[in-house]
Design a protein around this ligand. Structure first.
Ligand code: CAA
Length: 385
């Protein structure tokens, strides 16, 4: 068992850390306050290979693995959780399924620009009546000649307002339930496809969360991703990978909260000494660091199992569950350590608390992650023990 990072992994972590500190962190407050999509940062990240970390170089990516992706995600999200989720969706919810299920033509046409950061992707599964119950998709794709004609409304789509390409799930055969759902690649500007309401959110305010409206939107048959009726499975397999990315985002938020808490505790004087000298504060810092390290180990393990081509569904659910709750725990404690200062927007910890919350909700709520873990535990397919 080797818990050490190799040279390549250290290299990408250090590169992402430097970029995060120098370019992203100084803008994070503005990104949040102005609900501003960090377009220039995303462009630079594309040039650095961060928008398709685990995609082979021949398809425009950095040619690395999921462990490297997770290391970079943590660093980027430590500086700005909005930038983190934009990166995560493009890498794991868009590039990953095109690489896995796309035809050679789809890879050339869509994956190359997405993985190299020239285009941005989004993943559209949820609807008003299909959230946790993702199989309840009502958006309809009717076959018509050499096309499918799509009608319906999708919700909660991260990157939706800026995305050039969307992987969208619709029912081609409603009588077949989850086996009647298919995945489509839809380009921005396709007639009949429009962005509807943009959500005004508690956190991750620099990323958009959009509604999509499909009105007789005609998609050529060659834009179906994977086989007809396999969309639900493609979505769940994709989310297994996506949840590792969200776990890494949560690690970054938790680390940012710990860093802020440590700094403040060492500077803030009360009763004639820094508050870091009081055991009450030290125990909070110790618990934060310990919980973060547990979450980090689970996340790295999930990523390395995925890289090794081994089953990782339970680890993906566990790491998302653990890391997201740890991020909220750390942000909460960091705010407590800051006292009244932490409750103001003069310090970053209130942003970390707001950003942390969504990691417990999107790409499957933590209730769904517990359901996934419990289902596998009941089948005797739990971790190592
Ligand atoms: N990998 C591959 N296949 C899987 C799978 C997995 N991880 N999990 C289940 N399946 C397969 C099953 O084998 C089964 O196949 P068959 O029908 O061929 O037998 C099929 O999928 C259905 O399985 P279940 O009956 O176990 O699944 P279910 O329909 O009862 O529900 C669920 C499972 C866990 C509740 C699932 O629907 C789920 O994860 N829901 C949450 C959805 C979600 O995460 N949404 C987030 C959307 S993205 C987002 O947040 C927005 C964004 O932009 C970031």
């Amino acid at each position: 068992m080797d818990f050490q990072l190799n040279e390549q992994q250290e290299m990408i972590r250090d590169m992402a850390r430097k970029f995060a500190d120098e370019r992203i962190a100084p803008m994070a407050d503005k990104t949040d306050k102005e609900h501003r999509f960090p377009a220039e940062i995303i462009e630079e990240m594309g040039e650095m290979g961060l928008m398709g970390v685990a995609v082979p170089e021949e398809y425009g990516g950095a040619g690395m693995g999921y462990v490297e992706y997770v290391l970079a995600m943590e660093e980027i999200s430590r500086a700005c959780a909005s930038t983190g989720v934009i990166m995560s969706v493009n890498n794991s919810l868009v590039c990953d399924p095109i690489l896995k299920f796309g035809t050679e033509e789809q890879k050339k046409k869509y994956l190359v620009p997405l993985a190299s950061g020239k285009k941005l992707g989004a993943f559209s599964l949820s609807e008003s009546g299909a959230g946790s119950d993702a199989a309840a998709v009502s958006c309809r794709a009717r076959e018509d000649g050499d096309s499918f004609v799509l009608n319906g409304t999708k919700l909660w789509c991260t990157n939706g307002n800026e995305a050039d390409v969307v992987i969208l799930f619709a029912s081609t055969d409603p009588d077949k339930g989850s086996h009647g759902i298919s995945a489509f690649l839809i380009e921005k500007g396709t007639p009949g496809f429009s962005v509807g309401k943009l959500e005004d959110k508690l956190g991750i305010r620099g990323s958009s969360t959009a509604e999509f409206v499909l009105e007789d939107c005609r998609i050529p048959k060659e834009n179906m991703l994977g086989e007809r009726g396999k969309g639900y499975k493609i979505a769940l397999i994709t989310l297994d990978g996506g949840r590792i990315g969200i776990a890494a985002q949560a690690l970054g938020i938790g680390k940012a909260a710990l860093d802020a808490a440590r700094k403040f505790a060492q500077e803030r004087q009360q009763f004639g000494k820094p508050i870091s000298s009081f055991q009450a504060i030290q125990w909070m810092l110790a618990n934060m660091a310990t919980e973060l390290e547990c979450a980090r180990l689970l996340t790295y393990e999930a990523a390395s199992l995925k890289d090794a081509g081994r089953p990782f569904t339970i680890y993906s659910a566990m790491c998302k569950l653990k890391a997201s709750e740890t991020a909220s725990f750390c942000a909460n404690k960091a705010l407590q350590i800051h006292g009244g200062y932490g409750y103001t927007t003069d310090y970053p910890v209130e942003r970390h608390l707001r950003d942390a919350k969504i990691t417990e909700i999107y790409e499957g709520t933590n209730e769904i992650q517990r359901l996934v873990v419990a289902t596998l535990v009941l089948k005797g397919l739990h971790g190592k023990g």
